[in-house]
Design a protein. Sequence first.
Length: 94
Amino acid sequence: MPELKRHTPETVEECITSEQYHIFPGTTVTVCLLKLYNGHTVLGYSACVHKEDFDLDKGKQVARIKAVQEIWALEEYLEANRKHVLGITEEDHW
């Protein structure tokens, strides 16, 4: 039976080849764009309700966490699709 990939924080991070951030002028909206090994991109964002509470580093951190969560969802989908194509059932896998 083919080996299925187990995802870890490290394997998800390995998917990322570059990252960019954008803060929209006059707002507290921070966007993180992560480019993946296959050229696909994912986005995460953060926003602060009160401008006086805005912290750029915290905004970037939250936006990146949300973008990485998108990668987890994509990787899990790919693995589920691979199981389907290979005809692997939950009983076979576990």
